[in-house]
Design a protein around this ligand. Sequence first.
Ligand code: ATP
Ligand code: MG
Length: 414
Amino acid sequence: MRINPFKPGSPVPVGMFAGRLNELDKLEHGFAQTRAGQPINFLVTGDRGIGKSSLLWFESAVARGKVESGDFGYFKFCVASTQISEKTDLVTFLKILQKEIAREVGKTEVVRKFLAETWDFLQRVKIMDSSIDRARKDSEEEIVISDFCHSLAETVARITQPGQGEDRREGLVIVIDEADNASAELRLGYLLKTITEALLRASCNHVCFIVAGLPDTFDKLRQSHESSVRIFDPLPIRELEIKDRRRVVELGMAEANKLNVAGKITIAEDAKEQIALLSEGYPHFIQQFAFSAFNAAKGSEITLDDVNSSAYSRGGAIETIGLKYYQSDFYDKIKSDEYRQVLKIMAARGNDWIKKSEIRAEFKGTEGRLSNAIQALTSRRIIQKDSAKDGVYRLQQRGFALWIQYFGDPKSAR
Ligand SMILES: Nc1ncnc2c1ncn2[C@@H]1O[C@H](COP(=O)(O)OP(=O)(O)OP(=O)(O)O)[C@@H](O)[C@H]1O
Ligand SMILES: [Mg+2]
């Protein structure tokens, strides 16, 4: 058996990360600014599977100085990473950040003691009971946030100007992934705006926030505080260019030959090209097509036929992508065949805008049922209504549209 290096299910390891030169440039520029006391925060947004978490992993390694930056040499930041779920509340969120920081910098007894004292207040804060009234909850939260900022500023001061024998860091990078999951109660936009402003008031100028999530993260932040999005430089992540798609495959093949020293394996040019084309630049498609083709290859070369047969077969790449990324949207959130019919009609246009009248022309069913379907899909955030034009809609995600197109009759996906 050959060990398959492709990573269809998880963010890509640093050694297999391909492309994204502009995004890397921007983030590293931000690190250099933060190092110089002029911090920049980023809001990384993009479709499911477009590569947000992979980019964050890679740049966390750059910030820590594990990977050299093209323009700025080796950084030396402390990096604290967290992911948001629907259940994350304020206290849990702050505690996780504090623990992450302690894990990274609390290497010596002296620093551990300093951290324990500085963060003492957080250990005593209890998760607020949901039954207490909003006004009281808000005011208690204000105090917790203010104490948090104070401790954070002290910690950053300590790691940037350390005591004897302690490691000096250039500052702190706080990475917050899956921010689209944030509940309204967490008030993430408000929270981040309050923290960044408090840090600046405390002359704590060496902290950079990177927040990442699906494209609607932007609206979520704005709903919790109108101007909170202004503290971020937007960094939208798009499909990979053709040459970078090939590079994803090449880096995987190089890894394969490290893992399988005994049985070298190559990929035919047309096979590589086909993966690049079929994927339309979605890295999770590339990893899955390459993974499936790698497993299908019989000899020492992955052929075009291996790519095609493993993509479309039952249990093949396209079906697997759907199971991993889109199944819940397609089936679990949508119980009716009519809803799926609407999605199929819309998916034929990718995620371009389409008029309701155009959907109606192909829809087999009554007007009322079509309206219901469109309304249900909109409220479940699977399709989006054009706020500027009446009766115009589109699918939220192009990757999802592609999957529906590829997969043809949705019934066969079961
Ligand atoms: N630059 C890259 N080079 C190679 N592979 C990548 C790259 N970016 C992402 N991938 C691959 O694409 C897939 C999706 O990546 P990732 O999990 O980072 O996306 P995401 O945007 O965070 O997705 P989600 O919205 O589900 O959180 C993974 O299989 C990962 O290995
Ligand atoms: Mg992710």
